[in-house]
Ligand binder design. Structure first.
Ligand SMILES: [Zn+2]
Length: 441
């Protein structure tokens, strides 16, 4: 009896699958089928042959299919200010950036900047990213339109000069959270800019919402020496980690950006509470904030993801570049070349990144039942020839130009390097017009 073919939407066939599943299987000459936005089958291409009737088949010969990369920290619309303020301290940088932002940010401008950010992230293999920026409701709509997976939520901050943009109220926060509940692409969290830009009552309010709704909680913490000093003064000698801990905001749904300045006890406490950290090495180096103790955190059992931060302090959204820097930095500062091996860094980009943003059950690895967030690398490139180890190439040798195709939630958003959901020429023109206004300030 002839077995009936199963109908699927996409069949990727012929290349290497880097699954990042528990066994860390690498399937050469593999195939992967996608239906209704999910991975429904994966295995050797020979076994897929004749088994599926696919609406679209993608030939992976010479290519490597990996789980879509997760950029766990950023400020998307800061693409508008790339290269505007460089070569100064975090405090001086914030002062300048806040002034320009206060004069130029509007919902329309933030959407243009965020669309440019999504183009850059998709082109460098990212399928899911966290954002922390103003006009987050409009950015959320832009992400849905582009088919991009976003971790986003109301942001609490009190920064002078930004009252009209920034002061999220309790009710505004709840309204947003109600509206985007159960959205297939939008994953909710609650955010505080930082402990030094909020106060105890805002912390308590945020902690209550996070607890009531079992939400992810995201904030900047222990980024610079200046911040450590400010927080000590504002909170009776406490560190940012101690302040968050006292507010009940350290738990397994907490994601802390930076964590450059941590004591041994604080690293232990993060491990104990299950709080995750997102490491942003370019931004930390560029602002001379220091180098986070990533190797120590990983050793202690803390989940560490990788993030680009915003383009005004990086100055790009290329997670591959960030991953290479993360690996090299730890080897340099610890004097131990065995720390953060390539496979671990790929974990940080995929399954650990997914865990850090609370999504490891649905993305971060190629497994049946998971959402189809996929990145294809073309390994037939001069810089990837020959290939002895896929992990090594991904961390130490790939560049943005090696990413050929990207799928998010079962929808192709880039094919053969052509953007399918965002009009790159139009977005660039809008951003250039905004930049003219920034120049005239
Ligand atoms: Zn940041």
């Amino acid at each position: 009896m002839v077995e009936q073919q199963s109908q699927v939407d996409f069949l990727f066939s012929g290349g290497t699958l880097l699954t990042m599943d528990k066994e860390r299987r690498v399937i050469t000459n593999g195939a992967l089928a996608v239906k209704d936005g999910r991975i429904v089958w994966l295995g050797p291409a020979a076994e897929a042959s004749g088994r599926f009737a696919a609406a679209q088949t993608l030939n992976l010969t010479g290519k490597v299919l990996v789980p879509g990369l997760v950029n766990a920290h950023g400020h998307w619309a800061m693409t508008l200010f790339r290269g505007l303020v460089d070569d100064c301290t975090l405090e001086a940088w914030l002062e300048k950036i806040w002034k320009v932002e206060a004069a130029t940010i509007s919902a329309e401008n933030v959407v243009a900047g965020s669309e440019l950010a999504m183009i850059e992230m998709i082109r460098s293999g990212t399928t899911c990213a966290a954002d922390m920026y103003w006009h987050y409701g409009e950015t959320t709509e832009a992400a849905k339109k582009a088919g991009f997976r976003m971790v986003n939520g109301p942001i609490f901050a009190r920064i002078a000069g930004f009252e009209k943009h920034r002061n999220t109220t309790y009710n505004m926060a709840l309204e947003y959270l109600d509206h985007y509940q159960n959205d297939p692409l939008i994953h909710l969290c609650l955010q505080l800019h930082a402990t030094y830009t909020t106060n105890r009552s805002i912390l308590e309010e945020a902690a209550q919402i996070v607890k009531d709704r079992s939400l992810m909680f995201i904030t900047h913490a222990s980024e610079s020496r200046g911040e450590m000093e400010n927080v000590r003064q504002q909170y009776d000698g406490m560190t940012p980690i101690e302040v968050l801990d006292a507010a009940g905001l350290l738990h397994d749904r907490t994601l802390l950006a930076h964590c450059v300045h941590l004591s041994d006890a604080e690293i232990e406490r993060l491990a104990e509470t299950g709080a995750s950290v997102v490491h942003c090495p370019s931004s930390n180096l560029k602002l001379s904030s220091g180098v986070a103790r990533v190797a120590d955190m990983v050793k202690a059992g803390v989940t560490v993801a990788i993030g680009t931060d915003g383009t005004a302090s990086n100055n790009d959204l290329d997670l591959l570049h960030e991953a290479q820097l993360a690996a090299l930095l730890q080897k340099g500062v610890t004097g131990d070349p065995t720390v953060l091996p390539a496979e671990k860094v790929v974990e940080m980009l995929t399954i650990d990144g997914a865990r850090a943003v609370g999504l490891d059950k649905v993305i971060g690895s190629l497994e049946v039942g998971k959402l189809a967030d996929l990145t294809v690398f073309d390994f037939d490139s001069y810089n990837l020839t020959p290939c002895y180890d896929v992990y090594s190439h991904l961390v130490y040798a790939t560049s943005t130009h090696d990413v050929s195709d990207v799928m998010i939630n079962g929808r192709l958003v880039m094919q053969d390097r052509q953007m399918l959901t965002l009009d790159e020429a139009d977005v660039k023109a809008r951003v250039r017009a905004i930049a003219q206004k920034v120049r005239d300030l």
